[in-house]
Design a protein around this ligand. Structure first.
Ligand SMILES: [Zn+2]
Length: 142
């Protein structure tokens, strides 16, 4: 079992996602791994992982537990993930979604919550991300 942090955003091709992943990787201590690309809906989903790690577990404090209501991210990880999410929102049209869930046998259904992009980044930075919520943020392209 594992912490899986993901972002969905509009994209029409793999190279589109690649370009964004490279830009984010150059700036922040996170990597994007393409999970799926639905060309008909023009939606890409990427896993956000710590550099050199295959998952999001190392974003967490060592005291974090899988059943925590809110994720206790390490401060530098929280900043990096929040900055990366904000970048995606600023670069992409439409809405982005963000979720941080624990992969396990009894996952609950996610509640959808609409937030502003700045508000979402703030929730991540202040470790107020719930594992049972899927955050939908309207993006603000430059
Ligand atoms: Zn893991």
């Amino acid at each position: 079992m594992c912490l899986q942090v993901s972002i969905e955003f509009s994209a029409s091709s793999e190279s589109d996602v690649e370009k964004l992943a490279r830009a984010v990787k150059a700036e922040f201590a996170v990597e994007f791994a393409l999970e799926s690309l639905q060309k008909s809906r023009r939606v890409a989903k990427v896993f956000v992982t710590a550099k050199g790690s295959g998952c999001g577990c190392s974003f967490l404090e060592s005291t974090a537990m899988p059943h925590d209501d809110l994720w206790h991210f390490r401060p530098e990880a929280a900043r990096a993930v929040a900055d990366a999410v904000e970048q995606v929102g600023k670069r992409k049209q439409g809405e982005i979604t963000f979720q941080a869930i624990w992969l396990g046998p009894d996952r609950e259904d996610l509640e959808v919550r609409r937030v502003g992009l700045g508000e979402l980044a703030k929730l991540i930075r202040s470790c107020e991300i719930s594992q049972s919520v899927r955050y939908l943020a309207a993006s603000v392209p430059d």
